[in-house]
Design a protein around this ligand. Structure first.
Ligand code: ADP
Ligand code: MG
Length: 323
């Protein structure tokens, strides 16, 4: 039933930035080293994401746009051990129900590539094309079939700001993948895939921030914490540039953010906010990422322990720097 599909789609796809997020996460899941995001009109009329990842086989292509079809879980138990960014098999189905989608893809082993057109969640045409290994998704005319939703989209600039926000977050967290963001034919951001977080911070957040950071690291058993937090010299009067990643996934978690802030403010004398880029790696079995469809929220099995580790590591890293 198409109506039900459209309602369901609305929960995942709110605006162009939601599409960009899902497409980039698929590219990351497919082991891409280079990802290019191109958008026109804030992504409302045109989004193209090109990667050099694994590609999609001919057989899988028909399934990829069906709801709840994912190649990323083999058993239901896998849901408790998720390491890939996607697992619900919902994104492409949702996107292709609210916009016009075309895909070009080629795997390492196939001789030619495939070009397919998808309408209302169904592959309506497929032909062979020459293309490099990887996948290109083109998404046009968001909400062309849902005029009311379309009316609620904001100006090109506002929608672009949402897109760049998500691209910056994903680019910052994935410093072994290069990202390029192109807006109306103009390059806005270009990062390299040189495996250095601090280089990435320099490129994305700028020199002023990069030169005023203290590195943080902690490791015990299967729990790892590392990244950077701002030192005494960086003045911030708001919460901008606070980035937290858990098992390579960008996460919103007020409990952790508050704990970091409390610790920071107890050491840095004046009332200001920390800038941070922190990565937690932990046993996915101690984490529930399944509580929200867009997967930016998590629950910890042992929340208090996690908070304690973060607080004490930040305290130990910041204190010596002030001596
Ligand atoms: P999920 O990511 O939750 O599995 P999606 O709807 O986002 O669901 O994608 C469906 C499937 O399409 C994926 O499981 C994957 O097999 C395939 N796929 C989508 N995008 C890409 C890509 N860029 N490269 C390779 N495979 C992809
Ligand atoms: Mg996905």
């Amino acid at each position: 039933n198409l109506t039900i599909q459209k309602i369901a789609a609305g929960e995942v796809i709110e605006r162009p930035a939601s599409i960009v997020k899902e497409l980039i996460e698929n590219s990351l899941d497919a082991n891409s080293s280079n990802i290019v995001v191109e958008i026109n009109n804030g992504g409302k009329s045109y989004i193209r994401v090109t990667d050099d990842g694994d590609g999609i086989t001919d057989d899988d292509l028909d399934l990829a746009f069906e709801r709840h079809s994912t190649s990323k879980l083999s058993t239901i138990d896998d849901i408790y051990n998720i390491i890939s960014l996607g697992f619900r098999g919902e994104a492409l189905a949702s996107i292709s129900n609210v916009s016009k989608v075309q895909v070009m893809t080629k795997t390492k082993d196939s001789l030619g590539g495939i070009h397919a057109v998808i309408e209302e969640g169904k592959v309506v045409s497929k032909d062979t094309v020459g293309c490099p290994k990887g996948t290109t998704m083109i998404v046009k005319d968001l909400f062309y079939n849902l005029p009311v939703r379309k009316k609620f989209l904001k100006s090109d600039l506002v929608e672009f700001n949402h897109v760049s926000d998500i691209v910056y977050k994903l680019a910052l967290g994935n410093y072994n993948t290069s990202f390029k963001l192109i807006k109306d034919n103009k390059v806005i951001l270009k990062t390299s895939n040189n495996n250095s977080l601090i280089t990435n911070i320099y490129t994305i957040l700028g020199k002023d921030i990069a030169k005023n950071l203290i590195s943080i690291s902690f490791e015990k058993d299967d729990f790892k914490l590392n990244g950077y937090i701002s030192n005494n010299n960086l003045y911030r009067s708001n919460r901008s540039h606070q980035y937290l990643y858990i098992n390579n996934r960008y996460i919103n978690n007020n409990i952790i953010t508050d704990a970091i802030e409390r610790q920071y403010k107890s050491i840095i004398p004046i009332n200001r906010f920390p800038v941070f880029t922190l990565f937690i790696e932990m046993n996915p079995g101690n984490l529930d990422v399944n509580i929200h469809p867009t997967k930016q929220e998590v629950k910890f099995v042992n929340q208090e322990e996690v908070i304690n580790i973060i607080s004490s590591t930040i305290r130990d890293s910041l204190n010596p720097s002030l001596v």
